[in-house]
Design a protein around this ligand. Structure first.
Ligand code: GDP
Ligand code: MG
Length: 424
């Protein structure tokens, strides 16, 4: 069985937490895109963990974790993340972590480039996380990137470094007038942070294909939401990779296999980090209340997230892009402190009501249409069964199901592993 767990919205839906919960049913958890630009927060009986690069299954002893070819890996960050988890008592060995030889290495100069460009943009920033993600994906498609498999025969790798560095300096020094990148420093970097990772690097496609034939349960874990997908998201305010479920088998290393299921993680309200159109956005007091209740500050960057009510138009689009067959609705407990709840049910564009998510440029001219429904105004964080939920909460869930056209199978009411309800 191949299952994808993906984000329906702008990210930070609680994917890490749901993957941590659902990974119990899986033998293997794969990351298939992105790098350390986003963060998953997972709280379980062993403590609180922030994962940027490692798949969330790393927190379960018997799960094998795969980092796929679709990823870009900052090897220094990965070494440090592994150290941090080990200090928290997490076991990481070549048995439970397998890194694709085809995954691309995020270089220090990619991080530098990201910062230089954001600084150049000054007031016109795109809201990059400055982790080098866009530059390294650009290098990948320029065919000037280094891949993890090259760390296995460094003699060949080191011969290539000088040429790449020369090319990169055309931009860094020639374009941005920054300090020159030095070949020796890059080689020293590979020695320090690449060599320790060598035991984990392999052909993960071969491993996954075999595991699939043996009937293993494989999960693909997305790192960002549908609306950040490079093709289908709010470009250019997107990530630089394919975040959607259909890309999962490709980015993990098994392009010949099809998904059996796609579970969409959808937040009970809306949040969005950084720039870009966000039609249902709340401002002022309304925003501050929701942000505080939801603790909406980025896991990787600490940036306050923009917030708003649930957005039917964007979520229905996200569900379609992800091909989600069932939904896990997260953070419903955050909405417990309201007499009434607003839902963005449509957008208004040039005086007309629209229900389909439009092209990014058009989004700027859209204003939200809000509907008000009854809130439950009571603590639901202790609810563990459908019957425990107040009627107004059940009505809210039913409303979203109907409006979005997808069954809600799980509802989470707290960050802890067991704080969820299975609806059917
Ligand atoms: P991800 O990027 O999609 O994995 O999500 P993040 O980890 O960036 O953000 C989700 C945040 O909400 C984390 O701090 C979680 O611990 C927390 N969280 C997840 N599910 C719930 C929930 O049902 N209720 C509450 N109150 N917090 C939750
Ligand atoms: Mg996140």
């Amino acid at each position: 069985m191949l299952t994808s767990i993906c984000g329906i919205n702008w990210g930070d839906e609680g994917k890490g937490r749901m993957v941590d919960l659902l990974s119990e049913k899986f033998d293997i958890v794969c990351r298939y895109q992105g790098g350390n630009n986003a963060g998953h927060t997972v709280i379980n009986e062993r403590g609180k963990f922030v994962l940027n690069l490692l798949p969330s299954g790393i927190l379960r002893e018997d799960v094998v974790n795969v980092m796929g070819n679709g990823m870009v890996i900052d090897i220094k960050h990965l070494c440090e993340e592994m150290e941090r988890l080990r200090a928290g008592g997490i076991k990481i060995t070549p048995e439970n972590l397998k890194i694709s030889d085809r995954a691309v290495i995020t270089m220090p100069y990619n991080v530098l480039q990201d910062g230089l460009e954001e600084d150049r943009l000054a007031g016109k920033k795109f809201g990059s996380t400055r982790r080098g993600i866009a530059p390294v994906y650009a290098d990948k498609y320029f065919k000037k990137a280094f891949r993890m498999g090259e760390l296995l025969s460094t003699e060949r790798l080191y011969k290539r470094v000088a040429d790449i560095v020369e090319w990169k300096n055309l931009t860094v020094v020639g374009g941005y007038h920054a300090d020159e990148i030095k070949t020796e420093e890059m080689i020293a970097y590979f020695e320090k942070y690449g060599k320790p990772l060598a035991p984990y690097i392999c052909d993960v496609g071969l491993y996954l294909d075999k595991a699939n034939k043996e009937g293993k349960n494989i999960m693909f874990e997305a790192q960002l939401g549908a609306l950040r997908d490079i093709d289908f998201g709010i470009y250019p305010y997107t990530s630089s990779s394919s975040t959607i479920a259909a890309y999962a088998p490709i980015g993990a290393g098994v392009p010949h296999l099809a998904l059996d299921n796609s579970i969409g993680i959808m937040k009970a309200y809306s949040t969005c980090v950084g720039e870009g159109p966000f039609t249902a956005e709340y401002f002022g007091e309304k925003a501050e209340k929701l942000r505080a209740l939801g603790g909406e500050y980025g896991a990787a960057t600490g940036r306050p997230r923009r917030v708003g009510p649930f957005d039917v138009v964007a979520s229905r689009y996200g569900i379609r892009c992800q091909g989600a067959k069932e939904i896990a609705l997260t953070k419903l407990d955050v909405l417990s402190d309201y007499e009434e709840l607003e839902i963005c049910t449509a957008y208004k564009l040039n005086g007309e009501i629209i229900h389909e998510f439009p092209f990014t440029d058009v989004l700027d001219e859209c204003t939200p249409v809000f509907e008000t429904v009854k809130g439950w105004n009571s603590d639901i964080s202790k609810c563990r069964k459908k019957e425990d939920l107040p009627q107004a909460a059940l009505d809210y869930i039913a409303y979203l199901e109907k409006a979005c056209g997808c069954k809600i199978k799980y509802v989470s009411v707290g960050a802890e592993r067991d704080a969820y309800i299975e609806m059917y």
